[in-house]
Design a protein around this ligand. Structure first.
Ligand code: PLP
Length: 366
């Protein structure tokens, strides 16, 4: 390749490796259990809100959106008992994660994260030419409060419930970190709806603590790109300075407001997903796989053969077999703690029955 462009590019960009998202197949017929999307559609009120917005030939799309996402901020603030100025809206929570790193990380001031958790964080740090500090889990996948508190990071992103394990951390431990960590603590609660024990109250107490949410998982709106953060007035005001002024489009602002207000609809689909999750775990237990207790809409399971043997070869053999049968799951081959596991999103009851039956037929030949 010629170096016409590359000799001008910033060194940290030249060294970048882009995030690898889960596959989004273009042809039909797949059972998609690889990116933790919701198997159920968004609330009918969301569709109504979008139609309503597009009435009168959608002329409203001619105009820029509200730069502050004012209505949506107010709606969310009201729901959680905060002021609108405590809320920041993002083009997906990935957008907000990027803003946090833009605000609080550079070559001297590191992002701390637990490994394994959401593998986008190190990519965002690399994009922003920042430094990263790994705090590794052991096989229990439980939080080590002291290592987090003492890691020396300026910003720590804690994923609760964790991904890809699904393990939820106790509020006692999270509070202990909030009390002792000398930096910004961001709690990424992408999957909290499937678990229940959130950390929003810590935001009221600690101005350096914030909580992130997304509409992608519990609200069935991954295609819309919408997330939010709740934090102190001071924290949100800094994030607002580094945000694109029109970071959230009109459609997403209206749809998001309708979504958060339809509490009953979402309580119902979340409880269906949880029921299917618990059924799936019980089936995997019967088959003899080890699975971490999950408080999310996915499970992290370690396949084993009929002799009880497990390892990276066994995990990748099942991954390939599932793919051959048009079932997509996620495999993280890099890392001792993940290489023998598969992460499986919870789909509909029918999809999970097909998944379990396919695992059983793999087992016959394993
Ligand atoms: C899916 C996910 C997100 C991304 O949310 P978007 O709103 O779709 O950008 C953030 N954090 C974690 C841990 C996730 O799993």
């Amino acid at each position: 390749m010629s170096n016409t462009v590359s000799r001008f590019v910033l060194p940290h960009v030249r060294a970048l490796a882009a995030y690898t998202p889960g596959k989004q197949p273009k042809d039909g017929g797949w059972i998609k259990l690889n990116t933790n999307e919701n198997p159920y559609p968004p609330s009918p009120k969301v569709i109504e809100a979008i139609y309503h917005l597009l009435e009168n030939d959608a002329t409203v799309l001619r105009l820029y959106p509200n730069p502050e996402s004012t209505s949506l901020r107010s709606g969310i603030a009201k729901l959680f008992g905060f002021e609108p100025e405590n809320v920041l809206i993002g083009n997906g929570s990935d957008d907000i994660l990027n803003l946090l790193i833009r605000c609080f990380c550079d070559q001297e001031r590191a992002l701390g994260w637990c490994v394994p958790s959401y593998s986008l964080y190190p990519v965002l740090v690399a994009m922003n030419n920042g430094k990263i500090i790994d705090v590794p889990f052991d096989e229990t996948m439980e939080l080590d409060v002291d290592s987090i508190v003492n890691c020396g990071a300026n910003l720590f992103i804690l994923t609760n419930p964790n991904a890809p394990t699904g393990v939820v951390f106790s509020q006692e431990k999270i509070r202990a970190i909030a009390e002792r960590f000398n930096g910004i603590l961001a709690i990424d609660e992408a999957y909290i709806a499937f678990s229940g024990q959130d950390s929003v109250d810590l935001v009221r107490e600690f101005p350096n603590v914030c909580v992130l949410r997304t509409f992608s998982k519990s609200h069935g709106l991954a295609g819309l790109r919408l997330g939010f953060l709740i934090g102190s007035l001071e924290l949100v005001s800094y994030l607002d300075r580094v945000r694109d002024s029109y970071n959230v489009d009109r459609v997403a602002q209206s749809a998001g407001l309708a979504a958060i207000q339809d509490i009953a609809y979402y309580a119902d689909i979340v409880s269906r997903v949880k029921k299917t999750r618990d059924w799936t775990i019980s089936q995997l237990d019967k088959i003899g796989f080890f699975t971490y207790p999950s408080a999310a809409n996915f499970v992290f399971t370690r396949p084993s053969d009929t002799k009880g043997k497990f390892g990276p070869n066994i995990a990748s053999s099942l991954f390939d077999y599932l793919t051959d049968n048009k079932i997509l799951v996620r495999y993280f081959p890099k890392g001792k703690l993940t290489e023998s596991f598969l992460r499986v999103s919870i789909g509909t009851d029918q999809e999970m029955k097909t998944f379990i039956n396919t695992v059983k037929s793999w087992l016959k030949n394993a």
